[in-house]
Design a protein around this ligand. Structure first.
Ligand code: PLP
Length: 750
């Protein structure tokens, strides 16, 4: 496999008709003769953006001739530029070769702190261009050879090798596709390499994901080193699967487990699959619908024991300690916990402390996050409890969809039994894992190796803050409360630079978060998650006279090429992953202003949202503002902000173990109950409204009046505003008194 990484030459004479111009072009030609492309530029331009070229270059050659030292002033300028250039490169990349190409005076003038970062000094006229080219190309090649981590390296070699395979997959390196027209299309779209690299686990030289051997194992060890954990497992089926593996490795039927009520559904699936008896920790919530932290008090073991004592399904013979605690570490909106504080409270009280860090794999790579993530450099061990973190590489880092990993930190007294753990790992892994996903786990980890990884995280932090500053600037320029869209976060925002942790702590009683009296130092907000608040609802749940429901705004944005991550009632959410660009967030700021303009003029929907109107012509002549007003009035009439808060905070009464309730579904011992008759019934399925996508009821819990009121509201709303439906997983359509209505499967009552 030949990769394309040009050698970049920076020389102000690159295009000049003088001696140094001829000289440098001769060198460029000689390098190209060695088979590497050359890119010649005459200056750095904007240094920081120029330094980004380090990701696609194999070497830099900076040419400085003696003439540039004619005056002291010029010499100072040249040296300062060079120093900054080298610093910008080394901030991101410790290894890429940088050569200085110059004359006698160059070498004398360049200070040692700059020279030290160079791979060599090439004297312009001492050797032939061909000789210099061979030397530079050798260094460039050896740099490129050092880049690929073990599995990715082996896979590229295998794909390039061209051996005939008799093993599956049946498409045989893509050949099967070439035999049919639509197959040809598929082949052309994805390309030869993706298909050549799609191999099965009969290929010995690539190692085995299922047994953690060979290059796969080498890559998992490499990632464990980069992420500072004792064990690391790549998972090719998402953190949904990672969570189930962690649970199945340590939880058995009847075990007591402690779970964040704001958890991903894969954790609830784990409860059902293992037959565990859950007790829940309830997070705070504000009336924007933003879920806050679980208060520190809730984590105290006395509190947890009280909950266990109150649970009717805990067997007298159950082990004294809960088997596992699972916390959503980084909520959707970016709320984080101080992990050291949790370890201190629960070490030895709960066997496994599991942090679901689907949204937080970046935190280990920047000091900003301190102790507010599970496992990292120089983090102490628990005496007894094991620490697990599950991370969606694909959400925040550069992994293909479903790329995920499990990180483990042993305790002082206990080490992970890898053989036992692997039994649970096998239970949830396909025997035909997708090798491109393994390679992306491998590469995503290698990308985070310092200094490159920390530089990437620092960039997303900086962009996230610049976005927040830009939003404030628009606000200031409009003045008089004429600008409506705010980014949720602390009042104080520094004027420049990257964030300071202290500024992002959630402090007791602050109005912006509305989570009440939080314990000092326990929670912070990750600024790279940005929740935007639209007007119409305040943090107390009071509705204003008018408003812009976020669902309308995000549909508008989608038609203008901006797709957001999650939409709430009066908020939506975007994030600054390491893939962020200035263009992306600037476009959002511009489109929000465009929306405001269209809203103020109440422009008809057929003009401003034509794609939506093609699907829902009933709104054709409705004005943008009128539509917002209609939906706003509907929300207001049903007091929906308080309703949803109340519903999520209401005491859920378990009537059965979740696994027993789900068993009724498997045996079809369920009634399909219409919404109006649900109060008091016991659900046999998960009920999850989107937004926010947090399960509301789990199998074995009883419907209360508030939840039924919410479901009726959702039914009426969906009837009145097609196209803006609240989606509720768990509701099924069925015949209700001769008409189609919404039902939930419930356990048959005795
Ligand atoms: C997305 C998510 C998961 C599941 O991750 P996938 O990689 O999509 O399977 C688990 N937990 C939380 C908190 C998540 O947000």
């Amino acid at each position: 496999m030949r990769f394309q990484f040009p050698i970049i030459i920076i020389d102000e004479d690159f295009r000049s008709e003088n001696t140094s111009g001829f000289g440098v072009r001769a060198l460029a030609k000689a390098i190209e003769g060695e088979g590497i492309e050359v890119l010649g530029v005459t200056g750095y331009g904007d240094l920081a953006s120029f330094a980004q070229q380090q990701s696609r270059a194999s070497t830099f050659i900076v040419s400085i001739d003696d003439e540039e030292f004619n005056s002291e002033e010029e010499a100072d300028r040249v040296i300062e530029n060079l120093r900054q250039f080298v610093a910008e490169i080394r901030f991101r990349n410790a290894d890429i070769p940088i050569f200085l190409y110059g004359e006698t005076r160059t070498s004398r003038h360049i200070p040692n702190d700059v020279l030290r970062e160079m791979h060599g000094f090439i004297h312009m006229f001492e050797d032939t261009p061909e000789f210099i080219a061979r030397y530079v190309v050798r260094e460039a090649r050896s740099y490129l050879d050092s880049l690929a981590p073990p599995f990715f390296r082996a896979l590229t070699h295998y794909a390039a090798d061209g051996s005939y395979s008799w093993h599956c997959p049946g498409h045989s390196g893509g050949v099967a596709f070439l035999k049919s027209p639509v197959g040809q299309m598929f082949h052309q779209f994805f390309g030869e390499n993706m298909l050549r690299a799609d191999v099965c686990n009969a290929v010995d030289e690539l190692g085995q994901l299922l047994d953690h051997t060979g290059p796969v194992a080498a890559s998992e060890r490499n990632a464990a080193r980069i992420f500072h954990c004792d064990h690391l497992y790549f998972v090719t089926n998402g953190t949904s699967t990672s969570n189930k593996m962690v649970w199945h490795s340590t939880v058995a039927p009847g075990d007591v487990v402690v779970v964040d009520r704001n958890c991903h559904k894969s954790i609830l699936h784990s409860i059902i699959m293992t037959g565990a008896v859950p007790v829940f920790l309830t997070p705070t919530r504000n009336h924007y619908g933003i879920i806050g932290p679980i208060p520190l008090e809730e984590f105290k073991i006395e509190n947890i024991r009280k909950k266990i004592a109150a649970n009717p399904f805990v067997s007298k013979t159950a082990a004294k300690n809960p088997r596992i605690l699972t916390i959503t570490q980084s909520t959707y909106d970016g709320v984080l916990y101080n992990v050291e504080a949790i370890k201190e409270m629960l070490d030895g009280e709960i066997d496994t402390l599991h942090f679901d860090e689907a949204w937080l794999p970046h935190a280990a790579f920047h000091d900003f996050y301190g102790d507010y993530h599970a496992i990292g450099e120089d983090r102490g061990r628990c005496k007894e409890s094991m620490i697990f973190s599950t991370q969606s590489t694909h959400k925040m880092l550069a992994g293909l969809s479903q790329a995920s990993q499990i990180l483990v930190q042993d305790s002082e007294e206990r080490q992970l039994d890898r053989d036992i753990f692997n039994e649970a790992y096998l239970m949830h892994t396909s025997t035909s894992p997708q090798y491109s996903i393994i390679a992306s786990c491998d590469v995503a980890a290698a990308m985070m190796e310092p200094p490159g990884g920390p530089a990437l995280v620092e960039e997303s932090l900086a962009e996230a803050l610049d976005f927040r500053r830009a939003m404030r600037k628009v606000d200031d320029e409009f003045g008089d409360n004429d600008w409506w869209f705010k980014v949720w976060g602390p009042e104080y925002l520094s004027d420049d630079g990257i964030p300071e942790r202290e500024d992002w702590m959630l402090k007791a009683g602050e109005r912006w978060h509305g989570f009440g009296d939080l314990a000092p130092g326990f929670n912070m907000l990750d600024p790279i998650k940005a929740t935007l608040i639209t007007p119409g609802l305040d943090v107390d749940g009071d509705f204003a006279e008018w408003g812009i429901p976020a669902g309308v705004l995000t549909k508008y944005l989608a038609e203008h090429g901006i797709v957001v991550e999650k939409t709430g009632l009066y908020s939506f959410f975007i994030m600054f992953t390491i893939g962020i660009t200035k263009g992306r967030w600037n476009t959002l700021v511009t489109e929000l202003q465009q929306f405001k303009d269209d809203f103020d003029r109440n422009r008809p929907l057929w003009r401003v949202m034509p794609e939506f109107i093609a699907k829902h012509p009933r709104y054709e002549r409705v004005g943008l503002k009128d539509l917002c007003m209609q939906i706003h009035a509907f929300y207001q009439k049903h007091d929906v902000a308080r309703l949803t808060t109340e519903m999520y905070l209401s005491d859920m009464v378990p009537a059965m173990r979740p696994t027993d309730a789900f068993a009724k579904t498997a045996h079809r011992e369920v009634d399909r109950v219409p919404i109006d008759d649900l109060e008091g019934r016991v659900t046999s399925v998960l009920l999850t409204p989107y937004p926010p996508g947090i399960p509301l009821l789990i199998p074995g819990e009883r419907f209360n009046a508030t939840i039924v009121r919410y479901l009726k509201f959702a039914r009426d709303f969906n009837g009145s505003f097609p196209g803006f439906e609240t989606d509720i997983h768990g509701l099924v359509k069925a015949d209700v008194n001769g008409q189609t209505g919404y039902c939930v499967d419930c356990v048959i009552q005795d």
